[in-house]
Design a protein around this ligand. Structure first.
Ligand code: ZN
Length: 338
């Protein structure tokens, strides 16, 4: 059985030279709009010969450095001279982005947990299916820009997963280092394989994502890192002309790795979490992570949580209120590529 094409349509012609803007039309028939669709903005620039780079943000709707950097890039695209093709979707889960929420208000879908998606599913599943069947096959290099969203804050980190083939690996690492993020992180999502990253790796694409802040805010320092990184990545990929100048700032590309469960700290009861550390602190195994106060019995001694590994506190929960199972912090330790 041949796979049926996506139900999402667009007037964009990905094979045409020049600059185009338009929308991806996600069919969505509902009470207020029987024949309606969700129009996801997209921009494409194609010139000459070269690789295709797919740049996306708003996979989660409450993460803003990516969408803002990509909107600024789109407004420059008519004047850019490139070799290859740029496909830019600033807010992939557009309903979530408009709602300022991690998940879609339509179907509660968390896009980054819906890959490979569902052609006949709800809008979020249809978006994932479109990415897998239509956008990823066009791309050589993919960059998906995230941040911690409302519930987390993350040190600025490019997340990398290099291929094993030595030649491809060297080319991949050259792009990762060109981006020049303060941290380059090898992530560990504890076996999660329903992500965009997992789908891109199954197609053998050069996939990068990144975490650049949180608190559902747009951090200007991290935005600058993202904008600089996109520019440098496009130059290193040969899409934008010009040399890659060495940075005067040496504090880039510190390689860190998330080392499984021991690097995560989870709340084990409901309450109010008082952290005993700050984002970016160097943590040692056994150190106090914080205390959970019981709101119903303020006279009772709070429950203490301890770190079970060493490393940098790269991602912290922003909401003080916790339930059992909430991740309050995770670490990543200095690492190497081998
Ligand atoms: Zn995200």
């Amino acid at each position: 059985m041949t796979e049926q094409p996506s139900r999402i349509t667009t007037a964009i012609d990905f094979g045409r030279d020049g600059f185009q803007t338009g929308t991806l039309r996600v069919p969505y028939s509902h009470d207020r709009s029987g024949y309606g669709h969700v129009p996801i903005p997209i921009a494409v620039l194609k010139q000459g010969r070269g690789p295709t780079v797919l740049l996306t943000g708003g996979n989660h709707g409450d993460e803003y450095e990516g969408p803002v950097a990509l909107a600024k890039l789109i407004r420059r695209m008519p004047d850019l001279k490139i070799s290859g093709r740029l496909i830019v979707v600033p807010a992939l889960n557009f309903p979530a982005y408009l709602a300022g929420a991690r998940t879609s208000p339509i179907d509660k879908g968390n896009l980054n947990r819906q890959f490979p998606g569902d052609r006949n599913g709800t809008p979020t599943g249809m978006i994932a299916h479109y990415v897998v069947t239509e956008l990823l096959p066009l791309a050589d290099v993919v960059l998906d820009l995230h941040a911690g969203g409302a519930s987390m804050d993350h040190l600025p980190a490019l997340l990398a997963s290099p291929p094993s083939d030595p030649e491809r690996r060297a080319a991949y690492l050259r792009l990762a280092e060109a981006f020049a993020s303060p941290y380059v992180m090898i992530a560990d999502l504890l076996g999660e394989d329903r992500t965009y990253a997992a789908a891109a790796e199954r197609q053998g694409k050069f996939f990068f994502y990144g975490e650049f802040g949180g608190h559902a805010s747009c951090n200007p320092d991290n935005l600058r890192i993202v904008e600089r990184g996109i520019e440098r990545l496009l130059r290193a990929a040969g899409v934008l002309p010009g040399d890659l100048h060495p940075l005067s700032d040496p504090a880039v590309n510190r390689l860190i790795r998330v080392g499984g469960e021991r690097h995560y700290v989870f709340a084990d009861r409901p309450g109010i979490f008082e952290p005993a550390f700050r984002l970016g602190d160097e943590i040692v195994d056994g150190q106090l992570a914080g205390r959970i106060h019981d709101p119903h019995a303020p006279w009772r001694a709070p429950e203490e949580l301890y770190f079970r590994g060493s490393g940098i506190a790269v991602c912290v929960r922003t909401f003080a209120q916790v339930e059992p199972g909430d991740c309050v912090v995770h670490l990543a330790a200095d690492s190497s590529w081998s």
